[in-house]
Unconditional design. Sequence first.
Length: 302
Amino acid sequence: MDIAMIGLGKMGANMATRLMNAGHRVVAYDVNETAIRALEKLGAAGARTLDEVVASLPVPRVVWVMVPSGKITDDTISAFATRLAPGDVIIDGGNSNYKDSIRHAAEAGQQGLHFLDAGTSGGVWGLKEGYSLMVGGEPEAVALVRPIFESLAPAPDTGWGHVGPHGAGHFTKMIHNGIEYGLMQAYAEGFEILKAKKDFNLDLAQIAHIWQKGSVVRSWLLDLTALALDQDSDLSDIKGWVADSGEGRWTVSEAMDLDVPAPIITLALQARFVSRQDESFAAKMLAAMRNQFGGHAVKKAD
């Protein structure tokens, strides 16, 4: 099946490669010429303009958008919507807000286009292991491009599914990432406690490997934790600064809108904010208050 991959960052390029390995013809487009050439060397048909992308695809055309969420996704989908014809399919595989996806679907539908929101998980390992795909949209559109999802997933009948109407794919992926925040924070805190017990001189990598087999906390995240500790047991080359890509914030906001308690995910998100502070004014305030009411010692700033 022919498909255009729009956005050749690490994940987009890997997805395009997996599709080509499965026998699909990929038309590759990116604003970065180097990225296009890299995919051409692997067998993709490179395109330098959006018009060239459209002209290179048979009808019904299938365009997979894999660019950063927000304005770039809005602009890219809009640009293709004006170039494609009724019956063509646009798939947003990025980390878009599900409310944006509902809007994109409505706008595409007005022009007779199919729109699918495909929440995609798998990161840099997806090329080898396959991607977890949570798809929202019309059943007939999913059926039309089913071979693509089957090729990207770990197996044709495993790791992907049509989860609901427009927006449901990105909503499910948003919650997936919120859960991921909580799991990661729990592992991070547990290993920090292990490390803090200096009199036991615990080997964190060894413990991670022990937990990988038979333990109730075994998981792929634990496998990656063990790999990271094997590479650098003290994580001495890594700064304790943690970004968030948006889905955690959206998950917490959605929980508030739905009156659903989500303390673990919320605290995990807040911990990421804390990691970015060189110095906390709130901590200074706490120290000052303790000094005022109890005469407790404070450490003076350098």
